[in-house]
Design a protein around this ligand. Sequence first.
Ligand code: PEP
Ligand code: MG
Length: 544
Amino acid sequence: MLRITGKGVSGGVAMGQLYFVRRERRGAEERRAADPEVELARVKEAKRAALSQLNELYRKALPEVGQQGAALFEIHQMMLEDEDYCDSIDNIIKAQGVNAEYAVAVTSANFSRMFSEMEDNPYMRERAADVKDVSDRLIRCLAGEKSEGVKADSPVIVAADDLTPSETVQLDKSKILAFVTSGGSTNSHTAILARTMGIPAIVGAGVSLDPSLDGRSAVVDSFAGELWVDPDWVTLERLTVKKAEDDHRKELLEQFRGKPNVTKDGRGVLIYANIGSLSELGLVQHFDAGGIGLFRTEFLYLESSRYPTEDELFRSFRTVAETMGGKTVVFRTLDVGADKQIGYFELAHEENPALGLRGIRICLERPGLFRTQMRALYRASAFGKVAVMFPMIASLFEVEEALALASSVRDELRTEGAAFDEKVELGIMIETPAAAIISDVLAPRVDFFSIGTNDLTQYTLAVDRQNLSVERYCDTHHEAVLRLIRTVTENAHAHGKWVGICGELGADVTLTETFLRMGVDELSVSPVKVLELRRAVSELDLGS
Ligand code: PEP
Ligand code: MG
């Protein structure tokens, strides 16, 4: 028996044979081109074929993973049409007089190296895989081959060094029991797609995942991030029970799709989802969240190598608002600083970044940046039910300054005749003990509170949320935090305002009863937790 560990990115247990994805090596060796013009024409033709394949993939993916999951193939199309990328290929052919395949391979290596070296930007690092994926497709098209994807005749555990997003989506779902890859990361598109498709997946299994294991029987326990090859009967029995429990749990959860979030005694609560990028919108719909309680807008900045323009932000916000139809979307204004650093922001080095220039403080220090974001948010409000909240509030003056800016943005848009919703709700996150303690003072000024328990716990218990060595001191059920949540809820309600929890604690079903008894109105959790939370709510009887 062999145990290989990695990171489980999509929960589940699966048993079956290991099937290693083999890729035909396609020649991209350097050759002298008899006529560079011919090579340029070949690139043009291959690009056309690749674009049409991507278009086809997009249509195939749409019903399976939804608009946002499928959007990846639009991104690949854009990469193929990117001017820098295309110029690089053409220039290599012209300057070096080489074959098209080689020019694409060199361009792919250069661009993916550039992306993977973006140390401060995990999102861009992950785009390195996309460039390779697109370039491989182009090389296949140059060779006149059709993309094969991964072939598996019967249900198998698919193993690979890494799976490209297009390989993942091309797989016949009925044949795939699980994915295990040597590389990969939690936020790669492949991991997102695996989650969206509900297939257990482990990434980062490393070199132990050797192709010589092909055909061996195995069990994937992605809850534990473990792959067991040739499991002994004790392990097999243990995991069979775990799988049965998980299957049963999922079956039961399915019943909650489309159901209301009400307790036995009829008390309702809103269950919304937390997301950080447009690509996660599919999950929100898949898991049937009633809205988005936290959209972490900083991702749009992390995805970029420069400040996004107002129009770019607007387009993204509008997509989210439109996709959610009339359901509420709470956008949180930029929350960078501390652990979320963005190179082009050029933030100064700080001794204590968690206590430094972060969250709303950056927006107040850089009103231009704040205004651009607020204008884009207000403009997007004409396309759905938009709410906006400000992170890391500690004092009343911060709320007043933020609201003043929001008001001047409304004036500006009115003067310009731009369409927007005058009634966009403006709220604040309660993430500092100070904000919780003065929540009676803050409540009259805003429309709602959303409690960010991740930071609230960090600041209340003085425990760095990034530091594993102090995890023992981070009691997420600490009475101090619970008392603050109670205070905030009471103060919100005393002023007729609603209150939600959008930190990780909101998904802790052992606290659901406590939160509902406190009167919390909304719980915003990771999309995959929505149905579980709905079940927990429906099993409660508050006796009211
Ligand atoms: C929080 O602090 O609880 C929160 C939701 O914000 P973030 O985790 O993005 O800091
Ligand atoms: Mg926070």
